[in-house]
Design a protein around this ligand. Structure first.
Ligand code: MTE
Length: 331
């Protein structure tokens, strides 16, 4: 994602995206084979179980705690899941560092209990929900979704949660509420890395009310049947599978109902690069790269490149939300 102004960097100095990805992939596979050797030697010395503990990728006091879940009719089928290891080492959570591996190292500092979500704005009465009450509001469902980042990589994630609409009903929004804004936790003493960026904190995202009420929009508490690791946005985040991943705010502390479109983090950073709607759309390129294809994290190098689908493959369910809209202008 863009931090600072692109005009600061002469185009001659920007490595073409494909060359960079090829470089990273080659380096990664070299590193993996080296690591495999080292891990095998270590396992023999330490015993495999102890080694598993040392390399547990889930960070956070409650990460890894099992959740009671039920199957969801809204799950995506026919996709291989991204491994827990990749889901927890390749993250965007800029409050804990801008490199993909940094949230997995630094987000342990996020205090996920006690945790409350404040509801304010155009509602009958402002309320505060405790995370324990939110966890019990509805049966938690296992829902696999494709996850497409605006940076043209993707994953397949087995989330745990329930439709955000169930929570919104409890918030009793007024008829004047047209948008919902989500604000993430922000404490600069805990999230020391945040001040290295030009982002105006806290992280803010928003949805139009009908998007927020769509059954696919998931209030998310876990992945792989367990409490969310901190690096993935514990203890509660959003997952909107037909939009680029940055619409899915992590570690939410405030939900605000508004009559106007809220300011959002990436749209503020680069309005020509990150639109408010941010629907996955292979026909609208990012100004600096194509959105026609994506790189599926965790697959062997030769199998990574995939064709990006309109609305990330969820068009049958969500295209009607945008009938009559020019999706090039409202990107
Ligand atoms: N939420 C907060 N608070 N801070 C962030 O930096 N990054 C966004 C989104 N939510 C971000 C955030 C982006 S760019 C993406 S792609 C997804 O989280 C990444 O989620 P994941 O790390 O669980 O894959």
């Amino acid at each position: 994602m863009l931090i600072g102004k692109p005009s600061d960097i002469p185009s001659s100095e920007i490595t073409p995206r494909d060359a960079y990805e090829d470089y990273v992939n080659v380096r990664r596979s070299e590193r993996r084979s080296f690591l495999r050797g080292a891990v095998a030697a270590g396992a023999a010395a330490l015993g495999a179980e102890r080694l598993g503990e040392l390399f547990d990728p889930r960070i956070g006091a409650l990460a890894g705690t099992k959740l009671d879940t039920v199957k969801s009719p809204l799950t995506t089928t026919g996709e291989d899941l991204t491994s827990l290891n990749d889901l927890t080492h390749y993250n965007n959570f800029y409050e804990f560092g801008v490199q993909k591996n940094e949230p997995g190292q630094n987000a342990g500092a996020l205090p996920t209990r006690p945790w409350t979500v404040k509801v304010e704005g155009k509602v009958k009465t402002p309320k505060t929900f405790d995370i324990e009450a939110l966890l019990k509001l509805r049966p938690l469902e296992d829902r696999v979704y494709r996850h497409r980042c605006v940076e043209a990589w993707s994953m397949v994630i087995p989330w745990v949660g329930y439709s955000l609409s169930e929570f919104i009903k409890q918030c009793e929004p007024l008829s004047t509420a047209k948008y919902v804004q989500f604000l993430s936790y922000y404490d600069k003493k805990v999230e020391k890395w945040a001040s290295d960026t030009s982002i105006f904190w806290p992280y803010s995202e928003g949805l139009r009310m009908d998007e927020a009420m769509h059954p696919l929009t998931l209030l998310t508490f876990g992945l792989y049947g367990e409490v969310l690791p901190n690096q993935n946005g514990a203890p509660v985040r959003i997952a909107v599978p037909w939009k680029y991943g940055f619409k899915s705010a992590k570690s939410i502390v405030t939900v605000r109902f508004l009559d106007k479109q809220p300011p959002t983090t990436w749209n503020d950073q680069g309005p020509s690069e990150y639109g408010f709607y941010s629907n996955v759309n292979p026909t609208v390129d990012h100004p600096r790269w194509s959105q026609k294809t994506e790189r599926r994290i965790g697959l062997p190098f030769y199998a990574q490149r995939k064709t990006t689908l309109m609305f990330n493959g969820y068009a049958d369910q969500v295209a009607s939300l945008y009938t009559g809209m020019d999706l090039r202008r409202n990107f």
